[in-house]
Ligand binder design. Structure first.
Ligand code: V47
Length: 368
């Protein structure tokens, strides 16, 4: 953590933000009620200043991004999550499976990170996933692999009857460097029963991340918001993650994911940019023990994502390449961004772009 600069006095339009500003400056933990206040305040600029000051205490003026590619090996999935437009069943017209060679072809030799997430496929053997990681490491030796959500690890365990630890050990031996934060959705049994019944719940998701951390594997965490969840459920999700991070300390980054309506249409309207910014700021303030908060341009759109860099986020994810999950759900963002564009977006938020790999080792600081 960097030394906190002397904080200027702020006049808040919403007086309920004053105690939150004071607590945040003192490094005191925010409560559930504080989180609820942040999520509903009408003083958006006031909230942004508190969250930006918190982000600066952690990362100074730096905002991280990575030259990466998202690879989704197959969309065939045994689950039927109600928010998901990506999944297909065997025989569907839009079902696909990439070969290992096709996947290698999607990975530019200079990328720093490959992010791999796919459907829970009914017949691909576990050895195929090991072969995939080995092939990437051999064909693209400079690339770090961030792969498989805890939901996929849980599926590998159940489908192949391999203990969790062995699943992770074998993937690690094959080249896994870190794990993405997907599959967490919302830590609420009510929402799980409504929307993603067949998938690992909060306890199981957290158990797998704790195990990964105990083995030295860093991971990320997400929250899928803007559908049927309540503000209280969002805040409780953040509090559970904060508690879990106190225990194992292995999370690198938190990413709030804005639900894309696509054709699943769980609600009438997608979350507004104001809701996106409040959620980002609330995440930065509640998750005082998370090193990084990501403003994920693929789901919130480039404009909101870049404003998010003044609302507590210190990471813009990456160039992405041909991402399929959000785009299957009709995300309006482009399929990928050029490195130069990421640098410009970060500079336009008056921050210093820093290119990183999956485990946040600095590759280049764009300070000129
Ligand atoms: O777990 C599925 C979500 C996630 C929709 O760790 C949807 O750095 C919105 O986890 N609208 C996968 N979201 C993506 C993910 C991720 C993305 C970027 C970076 C990282 C990281 C992780 O996508 C799933 C699910 O929560 N998702 N359908 C939808 N309609």
């Amino acid at each position: 953590m960097l030394e906190a600069p002397a904080a200027p006095a702020i006049r808040f339009r919403d007086p309920a933000l004053e105690p939150i500003w004071e607590k945040s400056q003192r490094g005191e933990r925010l409560s559930e009620d504080d989180g609820l206040t942040c999520l509903s305040t009408r003083d958006l600029t006031g909230l942004g200043r508190i969250a930006d000051a918190a982000a600066r205490r952690v990362s100074g003026d730096r905002v991280y991004f990575t030259f990466n590619v998202h690879v989704n090996p197959t969309n065939i999935c045994v689950l039927s999550c109600k928010f998901c437009d990506f999944a297909a069943k065997v025989g569907d017209d839009h079902a696909y499976e990439y070969s290992i060679d096709e996947i290698i072809g999607q990975i530019h030799p200079d990328v720093h990170e490959v992010h791999i997430v796919g459907g829970h496929h009914p017949t691909i053997p576990f050895e195929w996933y090991e072969d995939l990681l080995r092939a990437i490491k051999s064909e693209r030796p400079g690339v770090q692999i961030k792969a498989f959500t805890a939901a996929e690890i849980d599926y590998f365990h159940k489908r192949f009857k391999i203990p969790d630890r062995e699943v992770l050990e074998r993937l690690f031996d094959a080249g896994l460097d870190s794990m993405p934060g997907g599959g967490a959705e919302v830590f609420s049994e009510r929402v799980r029963r409504e929307l993603f019944r067949g998938k690992a719940g909060a306890d199981r998701w957290l158990e797998i991340h704790h195990l990964a951390h105990s083995m030295g594997i860093h991971t990320n965490a997400t929250l899928l918001y803007g559908h049927i969840e309540t503000h209280r459920e969002r805040v409780r999700h953040l509090m559970r993650l904060r508690e879990a991070q106190d225990e194992s300390g292995g999370w690198l980054c938190f990413i709030p994911l804005e639900y894309q309506l696509g054709t699943t249409l769980l609600v009438d309207r997608q979350a507004s940019p104001i809701d996106d910014l409040r959620t980002l700021a609330t995440s930065r303030l509640m998750l005082d023990n998370f090193p990084h908060i990501k403003s994920y341009w693929v789901m919130s759109g480039e404009e909101t994502a870049s404003i998010g860099l003044n609302f507590g986020a210190d990471d813009l994810d990456g160039t992405i390449g041909t991402e399929r999950i959000a785009h299957a759900a009709l995300a309006a963002s482009p399929l990928g961004l050029e490195r130069d564009r990421m640098v410009r977006l970060i500079r336009s938020a008056d921050k210093i772009p820093v290119e990183r790999n999956a485990t946040y080792d600095v590759q280049k600081v764009y300070d000129a």
